[in-house]
Design a protein around this ligand. Structure first.
Ligand SMILES: CCCCCCCCCCCCC[C@H](O)CC(=O)SCCNC(=O)CCNC(=O)[C@H](O)C(C)(C)COP(=O)(O)OP(=O)(O)OC[C@H]1O[C@@H](n2cnc3c(N)ncnc32)[C@H](O)[C@@H]1OP(=O)(O)O
Length: 727
């Protein structure tokens, strides 16, 4: 709802719809009603619009989207027009954030004043839509086309001070000031000043003459930064109309753009992503605990064991979260190098104004270098980040168990290994868990937390809470080889080399993936992270080309199909970007260049095995790259390793750069339709049989299709649970 009050001659309309003052239908009805009251009251000379509680409205109510109530009048645009048309000065008093429809209301007001700490922006593009209440037409009229294109096509939130420097905010109220009081005084001072040019629909776009040049520039940029997404492009096209058409016709173009986007699968995927991102914090470890019942332990200090690339990043994340951070290396040289890197990184963040001087000083003084495990006996949490080797990890956990106080939680940053086996090296398996960070750990937003068979509710709640304090998208999963992310990714890479074998070169496969929306294709990613990583894993499994006894068929490992092309590359020293050659060659830059040498390796291999390369469609490449991964996702759900499909999708968006506008692998499967996905998987399974187990259809996927067709993604787990409880 909204509240109406009077301060002498100034009417105050305050939106009151906790937690974020979203502009739900009941709020919109109140706003129109109170604007009419204020307009009609001859004792009112000016009107202040504000938000109660945490913030100014942050936009339309996203929960209403794709429901008929979102279209029910009065719409936000009706309110914008009522604010602008008012014969009395209307002033938006902004605290917290004025975003989306919230900022559009503020643009309808004749004046805007804001707390210096507040943020403004039109982030609709991140929901796969556009500002649909006049924002595409009004913002360019205030801050110019160039800025408006940037603001709207990327959807960032901007400090109010930046808004003031562009003319969007008329007055800034310093921190600690009273925004509502300031707005009342400001509104009163504007009475009788004339509103003509304050009504933005009367104003023209200042840099309209540069429209074509600016369009070309921004279209190119969004093409690179948000590859494959429709919304940024439609946003730009609609903003363009503000320079070419009248306000009224521009609004019509905005309406049409909105309808196109609302009807797209992209907006549904983005809205799903918005809520999924928030949903993962409501974690559940079935049979052990959930977010609502379990209490975290207070963690004041964290020790990071191992200061390689991962350990350094984890230590920086710990310091950023305000923890006293013990950094541990038994070798003094390695310790000094790690500490030097961490200290240097903090100084760089300070120089770039990413942190304040005080924060930097606090982080520096919170680093405690240690060269023996005895030095971390009293820490609350240890995160081990040494080499990915079970024997070494078990040795370390055994030692930590002996020296650390009984309450210390011991976590491993393993990316694949069995947490229960690691826990078995200790006498406190209930205090052992996995915290799988993604490299570089201080930058990547994903944290995949793993609970073991014996992890306690408190241990799980604590690692989830630490993830939140580190400002990570923290997803809880169960224990299995590779957990969720890497277990699924394994089949993506397996199938990719089968495609090379049969039909395509790396650049052709990668192009299909980048056209789909990935920033990089699978082979470019391999080169970037190092092809030796996968080689080491295959060596651990004893399956590389070199490890096979003479006479072993090159394309088989036992009954399983195998393709050694990745082994050949590494054995020829093509480790990737770091050595200037891998699946591609690199000539002094990070740009991948298709390499005739790689083609030769593939061609010779094909000839040796009498493989005649065939034409392959982009559709087939995409299906073969993505469907095995999706199939494995269903197996993961079926086994209870992930509690919900959106947990998997958030892991893929934040850990593997899955394009947000398609929602993630599981949401994408829903968009395609589960029956269609299953059909393709079954065809491959029929053709490949037991030699390619990644095509064996998941029981859950099959059951869902046979019994429910393509049920809504929110219903997958409830349907399965109901089914299991009956059987
Ligand atoms: C069927 C066809 C119909 C056709 C007709 C359609 C006509 C449509 C006309 C439309 C007019 C368009 C108007 C406008 O242009 C569109 C919009 O405004 S879209 C919304 C734009 N705003 C945003 O995207 C902001 C979203 N929010 C945030 O980014 C963040 O919440 C925040 C504001 C930065 C704060 O972050 P935090 O402090 O971290 O808090 P949380 O994010 O955890 O949020 C707390 C809580 O609030 C819920 N929430 C937040 N914003 C909204 C919202 N806009 N609507 C609904 N709910 C919201 C959030 O989900 C959390 O909920 P919880 O998880 O606690 O349940």
């Amino acid at each position: 709802m909204a509240l109406y009050s009077r301060e002498d001659d100034v009417a105050i309309i305050a939106v009151n719809n906790p937690p974020m003052n979203a502009l739900s239908h009941h709020v919109r009805k109140d706003l129109i009603k109170f604007l009419k009251v204020a307009e009609a009251d001859e004792n009112v000379t000016a009107i202040v619009l504000c938000g109660d509680g945490r913030t100014f409205p942050v936009g339309a109510d996203i929960k209403e989207f794709h429901k008929s109530v979102s279209a029910l009048g009065p719409t936000i645009i009706d309110i914008v027009h009522a604010l602008e048309k008012s014969s009395k000065p209307t002033v938006a008093a902004i605290h917290g954030s004025a975003l989306g429809g919230g900022l559009e209301l503020a643009l309808g007001c004749h004046y805007r004043i804001a707390m210096s700490t507040s943020k403004v922006g039109l982030p609709e593009v991140k929901l796969g839509i556009l500002p649909g209440a006049g924002g595409t037409q009004r913002l360019p009229r205030v801050i110019g086309l160039d800025n408006a294109m940037k603001w709207i096509a990327y959807g960032h939130h901007h400090p109010a001070g930046v808004g003031a420097s562009l003319g969007l905010i008329d007055r800034i109220v310093a921190k600690g000031g009273d925004i509502r009081r300031s707005a009342i005084l400001f509104a009163r001072s504007m009475v009788g000043k004339g509103l003509g040019q304050r009504r933005l629909s009367n104003v023209s776009v200042p840099d309209a003459s540069k429209v074509e040049e600016l369009m070309a520039k921004h279209l190119k940029e969004v093409g690179l930064r948000t590859r494959g997404a429709l919304a940024p492009v439609v946003c730009l096209q609609v903003i363009k109309s503000s320079a070419l058409l009248s306000y009224k016709d521009g609004l019509e173009s905005e309406r049409q753009g909105m309808m196109t986007l609302l009807a797209s699968s992209e907006s549904k995927a983005q809205i799903y992503s918005f809520f999924s991102e928030r949903q993962v914090s409501k974690w559940n470890a079935p049979g052990i605990a959930n977010h609502a019942t379990a209490k975290p332990m207070q963690v004041r200090s964290i020790a990071v064991v191992g200061l390689g690339t991962m350990g350094r990043g984890i230590a920086i994340s710990s310091l950023k979260a305000g923890k006293k951070t013990y950094v541990v290396e038994l070798n003094s040289k390695a310790l000094a190098a790690g500490v030097k890197y961490i200290r240097g990184y903090i100084e760089t963040m300070k120089k770039r104004a990413q942190i304040s001087e005080e924060q930097a000083a606090a982080m520096q003084s919170a680093i405690i270098p240690v060269s023996s495990y005895n030095g971390i006996a009293n820490v609350d949490l240890v995160i081990e980040a040494v080499f990915e080797n079970m024997k070494i990890k078990k040795e370390i956990f055994g030692k930590l168990d002996k020296v650390c106080k009984p309450s210390t939680i011991l976590a491993s940053n393993t990316s694949t290994l069995d947490i229960d086996e690691i826990a078995s090296a200790t006498k406190r398996p209930e205090k052992v868990a996995g915290m799988h960070f993604f490299a570089p750990a201080h930058i990547m937003l994903l944290l995949e937390n793993i609970y073991g068979r014996k992890s306690s509710a408190e241990t799980i709640a604590t690692i989830m809470d630490i993830g939140k304090q580190m400002k990570k998208i923290t997803v809880l999963v169960g224990n299995c080889v590779g957990f969720v992310g890497n277990r699924m990714y394994g089949y993506y890479t397996t199938e990719s080399v089968f495609i090379l074998e049969e039909a395509a070169y790396p650049e052709q496969v990668d192009k299909v993936l980048t056209d789909y929306g990935f920033a990089m294709g699978r082979f470019q990613v391999g080169d970037l992270s190092g092809n030796d990583i996968g080689y080491k894993i295959r060596t651990g499994l004893g399956i590389t080309h070199k490890q096979q006894p003479a006479g072993t068929p090159e394309r088989k490992r036992g009954v399983l199909r195998y393709c050694p092309l990745g082994d050949f590359l590494v054995e020829k020293g093509r480790l990737g970007l770091k050595v200037g050659k891998g699946w591609y060659k690199y000539e002094g830059s990070r740009t991948p260049i298709p390499d005739p040498e790689v083609r030769k390796i593939i061609d010779e291999y094909r000839t040796r095995h009498h493989i005649v390369p065939r034409d392959i469609s982009s559709e087939e490449v995409l299906q073969r790259m993505l469907y095995p991964l999706i199939n494995e996702g269903f197996k993961i759900l079926e086994e209870g390793i992930a509690a919900n499909p959106w947990d998997i999708d958030m892991i893929y968006q934040y850990g593997y750069a899955w394009p947000r506008h398609t929602g993630g692998p599981m949401y994408y499967a829903f968009t395609i339709g589960l029956p269609q996905v299953l059909k393709v998987i079954e065809e491959h399974w029929k053709a490949a049989g037991a030699s390619e187990p990644h095509w064996q259809p998941s029981t859950m996927l099959t059951w869902l299709v046979e019994n429910h067709g393509n049920p809504d993604i929110s219903q997958w787990m409830p349907l399965m649970q109901k089914h299991k409880s009956k059987t």
